[in-house]
Design a protein around this ligand. Structure first.
Ligand code: SAH
Ligand code: F3S
Length: 439
């Protein structure tokens, strides 16, 4: 029996891709998954290049794996994901003990690539972009748990000036609507109750239907909500651009869609948004939020922020801080701008020192934490619907689940209710987690 070890960096799309790889390799090559790289016959690195010194991180990891290969020359090392897509054969030039280089769109070919290497013992490389092919295998992903993420589209055409995604994942392409609905129905039959629709820009979804029409994102959400067994719908990530009124309308009539929206704004300064090529203004964003509040008064909004974008002044930063207060963002992600080779903003002059960037990040994160705490406190003594996901890993006597607004709640209850929605009264509040009692 052979073992594979998969290390995954990056976003939920990468997590999804890794679970697809794991399922395919278990099924087609009958490999077993191990959590110990020393035990593995095949080591797979699914890389991310969104921030930091992505390439260096990859070669450090490969260096560690080389030691494993030195002990056993039969071990196969495969590198995939965004760095592999960007770098291709360069990876092999720097680390000639790598056996396989595959891209974000060719991971379904991994079983064949591994067999090829096993036979011929020479580099196998495929970083092409065969449109949507990998999803032909998505039904094979093993269901684990009662929530499932399902990819509805890939890629991005927006070319924000700081971002590598359009280069690593390719142009936007939507999966056929009927394939998605079928897959979700199969998951629902297996007990999945909550679906997270995944994509780099889900609101740009426009998938073909069986009768030759186009299904837009708003319609897709409504269709998913009609599937028996699916009681909660989330999506990640959406973009303020193309967040059209028909999508806002869905919040009015589709209670299964959660009252929590991750809508990355990146900056609260119109000047910076323009330099970022985000193609919207803070007024546009504000207007989306106002309409959303009318459609769903209890909606909570979270965001991503980049601080220290080239040329960001103290005034720009203060505008972001004001915007954070005005929108009253809930828990959000924030990052120091990272210069990504090949992106337009990498050419811009960046003369702000790292110390100042770190200071801004710290101030911003403190504010977000405060607001997150205030949102959580509002939940004290309220009744919340929770999908019970399992036994808490901090205390085996407790169960845990998530609220609509993404807080983990722990509580005492019988394991028989795992996989069901229950109502809890919130008895204790921390910033990101809560404690509750069955109601
Ligand atoms: N489609 C999403 C973004 C996906 S990338 C959107 O429209 O916003 C995820 C997040 O990583 C981004 O929201 C951004 O905040 C961050 N990010 C992307 N490139 C970055 C860079 N070069 N430096 C710092 N953060 C970056
Ligand atoms: Fe990146 Fe902008 Fe697309 S942040 S994923 S290029 S919307």
């Amino acid at each position: 029996m052979k073992y594979i070890y998969i290390k995954t960096w990056g976003c939920q799309m990468n997590e999804y891709d890794s679970s697809l790889m794991a399922s395919l390799l278990q099924k087609k090559n009958q490999y077993l998954i191990t959590l110990n790289p020393e035990q593995a016959d095949i080591l797979i690195l699914n890389t991310c290049s969104i921030r930091e010194k992505a390439q260096e991180k990859v070669f450090h990891q490969l260096g560690r794996w080389r030691k494993i290969k030195n002990k056993n020359s039969e071990v196969i090392i495969a590198v995939g994901g965004c760095v592999a897509t960007q770098e291709g054969e360069e990876i092999y030039k720097r680390a000639n003990y790598v056996d396989i280089i595959f891209g974000t769109q060719t991971l379904h070919r991994l079983p064949e690539m591994i067999s090829e290497v096993e036979k011929k013992r020479k580099l196998s490389i495929d970083i092409s972009f065969p449109k949507l092919e990998k999803f032909d295998h998505s039904l094979e992903i093993k269901k684990t748990g009662y929530t499932a993420a399902i990819s509805i589209m890939e890629g991005c055409n927006k070319y924000c000036s700081f971002c590598v995604v359009p280069y690593t994942r390719g142009n936007e392409i939507s999966r056929p609507c009927d394939d998605i609905l079928f897959e979700i129905s199969v998951l629902a039959e297996k007990g999945v109750r909550e679906i997270n629709l995944l994509g780099q820009n889900v609101n740009a979804y426009q998938g073909p239907t069986f009768n030759g029409k186009i299904c837009f994102f708003s319609e897709l959400i409504r269709l998913v909500s009609e599937i028996d067994g699916i009681d909660r719908i989330r999506f990640t990530t959406s973009n303020p651009l193309e967040f059209t009124d028909d999508i806002i309308e869905v919040y009015k009539d589709t209670p299964k869609l959660v009252s929590f929206l991750h809508l990355p704004v990146q900056s609260g300064s119109n000047r910076i948004l323009h330099l970022m090529k985000r193609s919207y203004t803070i007024e546009d964003y504000q207007s989306i939020v106002e309409k959303l509040i009318i459609a769903r008064p209890n909606i909570q909004i979270s965001s991503d922020f980049i601080v220290g974008f080239p040329g960001e002044t103290e005034t720009d930063f203060q505008q972001t801080m004001t915007f954070i207060k005005n929108i009253n963002f809930d828990m959000s992600f924030s990052f120091i701008y990272s210069n990504r080779p090949g992106t337009p903003s990498s050419e811009m002059e960046d003369n702000l020192d790292l110390k100042e960037k770190k200071k801004r990040l710290y101030i911003l994160q403190n504010r977000i934490n405060l607001q997150t705490m205030l949102w959580s406190r509002k939940m004290f003594q309220s009744i919340q619907s929770i999908l019970v996901e399992g036994v808490s890993n901090k205390n085996v006597m407790e169960l845990y689940g998530r609220t609509e607004n993404n807080r983990i709640v722990t509580f005492h209850g019988s394991p028989k209710i795992i996989g069901q929605f229950v109502d809890l009264r919130i008895k204790k509040v921390h910033t990101h987690t809560l404690k509750g009692e069955l109601f």
